[in-house]
Each structure stands twice: as C-alpha cells, then as structure tokens.
Design a protein around this ligand. Structure first.
Ligand SMILES: [Zn+2]
Length: 137
C-alpha cells in the first residue's frame, strides 16, 4: 500500500512539473496595440497576452496584423499569458481565407524575403506583408 501511494505521489509531481511547459495552441483574434504587448481574444472571450522571442515580438507589433485570426504554439506561463515557441519553429500562423499562413515580409525591388517587419535590408524600402502557404515554402 505504501509503495502504491508513493508511486501515485511521484506521478502527480511529474504531472504538475510538466504542465507549465506542455506545448499547446492558442487560437483567436489578434489585437496589436502600440506600446503594449499584443493580445489574443480566444473563442470563449478570454484575453491572453502574447510573449515571444525578438522576431515574434516585432511581428506582434505590426499593426497590419491587427484583427487577424491567429494560431500560436507555445505554453501558458500563467492563465492569461502565453509564451510563443521560438519563431524559427513557425509557431505563429495567421488564418486567411480559411487557411493557416506563415507571416513574411517581401521586397519587390530586391526580391528579398524577411520574417520581421520593417525596411528592406538591401534598399531600405518598407517591405510588404506577404502571407505564405506553409506547405509551399
Ligand atoms: Zn529591397
């Protein structure tokens, strides 16, 4: 009996310890606000603040993405805060015409693609938002 309880307790500790880093997805409507971290409003009207690496934070500051339906992979750091996985894992997608798309930025002049908004690394012109099909890189 004692042995059984011990095993049970160990399993419980494992579950609790593993939970904060469990990879989950969050879906909802993105809200980009100047000077404040972006939030996503889930289907059940819960407002979740989004965190991420440098690239993700730059993308989440782009007001052209305001109002998009997004799907982000990562984990909750608290009930209303969500840390998005590293951007190179394509952890942040937006929904367009019912399909999930990768966020990228394109310079027509130089044919250079970037994954953060801002001026083109080559000609310094503002890049345009270009949503990509993740199946066709
Ligand atoms: Zn350019």
């Amino acid at each position: 009996m004692r042995y059984c309880l011990c095993l049970f307790a160990t399993a419980l500790v494992c579950l609790i310890a593993a939970e904060p880093h469990q990879t989950v997805s969050v879906r909802g409507k993105l809200s980009v606000r100047e000077g404040q971290p972006a939030t996503v409003e889930t289907a059940d009207h819960k407002l979740v603040t989004l965190e991420g690496d440098n690239v993700t934070r730059k993308v989440l500051a782009d007001d052209r993405l305001n109002g998009f339906e997004i799907e982000a992979r990562g984990h909750f750091t608290s009930p209303d805060r969500f840390a998005i996985d590293p951007s190179h894992t394509h952890s942040l997608l937006v929904r367009q015409n019912g399909r999930l798309k990768l966020i990228s930025y394109w310079c027509d002049i130089c044919s250079i693609r970037a994954y953060t908004p801002g001026p083109c690394v080559c000609c310094q012109r503002e890049t345009t938002l270009d949503l990509l099909d993740p199946d066709k890189p």
